[in-house]
Every structure is written in structure tokens, then in C-alpha cells.
Ligand binder design. Structure first.
Ligand code: NDP
Length: 341
């Protein structure tokens, strides 16, 4: 059972060498007698920014919403898999599922409450690592539930070409909002404007003054900011929010590799502009999954929503794919193919 193992806890910027691929692992391809676990063959693995905080050494008594990985053990994340054997009444051999699984060829999953049975197979299966998986529900809940969006509002999205951002932008356009995104390369900016239908987009790495850039793209201010990066971008956005604006705090990837977070200077604007800035975790919104599928599947089939994936082949390339999220190497949703069937 080939596995991606975390060598040791990581501080600072993660490196490929913080993980290694072990080819000598073994696993019994049968669920132990009396257990209600599910044994799966992993097909597609999702690379997600939240996996970086899971590489940190846990602080005793510190608050966290998710457990750290264990050095010497395979890492885990969201993925798509095929059931080979099951002791659980809801899953049977041959079922396709998505949910929390190991970064390895085969996994024995005991936390079956995280698994969703895949009912619709007339779309690419890899979509369940992103568009129809965790990133999709994040975009859906974050935009519709947290942002309270209205037609015609001015929406700004950072890390806009990524797994979550590309979808938030398309939801906002379908609702009739004015949408601008930021991303870290010309290729990504072109995707935002030409593939995902954003009204405008800019490369934040080429803007020496983010406040001035936002004033150029939003002369009348921002109603909704979908926050994916934090740090300097958030600070500049705060200066450009409109009265009673909303900020969905989805993630702050620019802070994940820093030992100490960068200070936000402009938080007081929340008060005098009566801005609602709200953090949210996708895990509280999985009950909306059927509603989300009802909305999104027809859009996909009608070609109203498109999705760009960045596909790495094989567990050997998985560590580099994961690390690439923090340099912006990925164009679109980063995933790893372990097996295609
Ligand atoms: P992406 O597919 O967008 O990949 C990450 C991207 O972040 C990179 O491609 C890069 O794009 C950008 N990035 C990396 N480092 C920096 C930096 N220092 N400053 C600015 N941008 C940077 O990831 P996802 O769409 O999967 O995730 C987006 C955000 O959503 C993350 O913050 C993640 O933690 C959060 N999230 C939150 C969830 C929740 O429940 N709240 C659930 C899922 C995701 P570029 O080239 O444009 O810089």
C-alpha cells in the first residue's frame, strides 16, 4: 500500500521533503470482522490549503478545529474512492464515495460520517475533489449563506482562479453581480476574464499599491469580499468596503506559513462602515449538499458553470502538488490521480 507520509511537524514554508512516499506499507483488503469501517481504493485526492495547518505541531491546550497529522503516518484529506469491502450498512462493494480518506492506495475508513455516496456519475469523477466536493460546498455556503448577495452588487474575490474562487465568481455572475478577482499570474487573470466570465481581474503581484488597485476596479466600493488570502489584501479591501458590506472570511492562505500573523491595520472600518465580516467552516454546511447539487448539476450540464482542474499523476507527485498551493503553482483545482478505476 503506497503511502504519503509526513516526516515531522512543519514550521515555516512547507517543502516537498517534509513528506515521503513509502512503498512498503501493507493493508489487509478486508474489513475486520464486526467493524463498521469501509475499505476503499483511492482514486483521486484533493490538495487543500487547510492541510498545511494540519502539519503543525499541536499546541497543548491550544484551540483548533481539526487534528494535526501524525509524523510517521500517512496524511489524509478529501478524496474520491471506490468501496472494496464494507461493514457499514450505508455503503456496499462497488459504491463510489467522496470524503475524508488517506493519501495512499487503499484506506480503511472508520470515520464514515464524513463520507458521501456519489449518486451522479455523468460528470467527471474528479469533480468530487473540487467542484462537487468540499470546495464546491465552501463556495456555495460562503457565497449564498454568508455573503447574503443581491443582484447588481459589487463582489471582489481573492485567490479567485482557485478551487473555491473560480466557483464563487461564477455564482456571483449568474446572480447578476459585478465581479472582479485577483490572482497571482497573467495566465490566471486571463482565465478569470475569458473562461470564468469575471467582469475584470488583476494580478496582485504586479500592484505595488493594493488600495489604489482596488479603487481603480471598484470606484464606488465593494459590497462583498470573499476572503481567501488575508494579510495585506484584507487590509486594502477594508479601506474600500461600502457601508453595510459583507466579508465572508473563508481562508487566509497568505498567513498559513507564518509563525506570527501579519497585523491587519484597518479593522476599525468594520465599525464605522457597519460591515459584517463573518468566518465560516464548510463542515457546518454539508447538510446543504443536496440543495447545492440541485443548483449546480444543471448548471454544469447546461455549460453555465465551468471548472478548471490541475491534475498531478501518481502518489509520487502528490507532495509537490500539495506544496504548490502555497507558491500558486496550481492553475485551478489541484488534485492527484492515484488510480482511474
Ligand atoms: P486554491 O485552489 O485557490 O489554491 C491556493 C491559491 O492561493 C494558490 O494557487 C495561490 O494563487 C494563492 N496563494 C498562495 N499563497 C498566497 C499568498 N501568500 N498570498 C496570496 N495568495 C496566495 O485553494 P482553494 O480554493 O482550495 O482555497 C482557497 C481558500 O479557501 C484558502 O484560504 C483555504 O484555506 C480556504 N478554504 C476554507 C474553507 C472553509 O471551510 N472556511 C474550506 C475550503 C477552503 P495565486 O497564484 O492567485 O496567488
Amino acid at each position: 500500500n503506497k503511502q504519503v507520509i509526513l516526516k515531522d511537524y512543519v514550521s515555516g514554508f512547507p517543502k516537498e521533503s517534509d513528506m515521503y512516499v513509502n512503498t512498503s506499507g501493507t493493508i489487509k483488503l478486508k474489513v475486520p470482522e464486526g467493524s463498521n469501517a469501509v475499505l476503499v481504493k483511492n482514486l483521486y485526492l484533493s490538495c487543500d490549503p487547510y492541510m498545511r495547518p494540519r502539519m503543525k505541531q499541536p499546541i497543548p491546550g491550544g484551540e483548533t478545529y481539526i487534528e494535526s497529522f501524525k509524523p510517521g503516518s500517512p496524511i489524509s484529506g478529501h478524496g474520491v474512492a471506490k468501496v472494496l469491502d464494507s461493514g457499514h450498512p450505508n455503503f456496499k462493494k462497488g459504491d463510489l464515495i467522496w470524503g475524508m480518506t488517506g493519501w495512499e492506495e487503499y484506506s480503511l475508513i472508520t470515520a464514515t460520517q464524513t463520507l458521501f455516496k456519489i449518486q451522479h456519475t455523468d460528470v467527471p469523477l474528479s469533480y468530487y475533489t473540487g467542484l462537487l466536493g468540499m470546495a464546491g460546498v465552501t463556495a456555495y455556503a460562503g457565497f449564498y449563506e454568508i455573503c447574503s448577495p443581491k443582484k447588481g452588487e459589487h463582489v471582489f474575490i481573492s485567490a479567485a482562479s482557485g478551487a473555491v474562487g473560480q466557483l464563487v465568481g461564477q455564482f456571483a455572475k449568474l446572480l447578476g453581480c459585478h465581479v472582479v478577482g485577483s490572482a497571482g499570474s497573467k495566465e490566471k487573470v486571463d482565465l478569470l476574464k475569458n473562461k470564468f466570465g469575471f467582469d475584470d481581474a488583476f494580478n496582485y503581484k504586479e500592484e505595488p499599491d493594493l488600495d489604489a488597485a482596488l479603487k481603480r476596479y471598484f470606484p464606488e466600493g465593494i459590497d462583498i469580499y470573499f476572503e481567501n488570502v488575508g494579510g495585506k489584501m484584507l487590509d486594502a479591501v477594508l479601506l474600500n468596503m461600502r457601508i453595510r458590506g459583507r466579508i465572508a472570511v473563508c481562508g487566509m492562505i497568505s498567513q498559513y506559513n507564518l509563525d506570527k500573523p501579519e497585523g491587519v491595520q484597518n479593522l476599525m472600518t468594520l465599525i464605522w462602515k457597519r460591515v459584517r465580516m463573518e468566518g465560516f467552516l464548510v463542515f457546518d454546511y454539508f447538510h446543504l449538499y443536496p440543495k447545492f447539487l440541485e443548483l449546480v448539476l444543471p448548471y454544469i450540464k447546461e455549460g453555465k458553470i465551468t471548472y478548471v482542474e490541475d491534475i498531478a499523476e501518481g502518489l509520487e507527485n502528490a507532495p509537490a502538488a500539495l506544496i504548490g498551493l502555497f507558491t500558486g503553482r496550481n492553475v485551478g483545482k489541484q488534485l492527484v490521480v492515484v488510480a482511474r478505476e
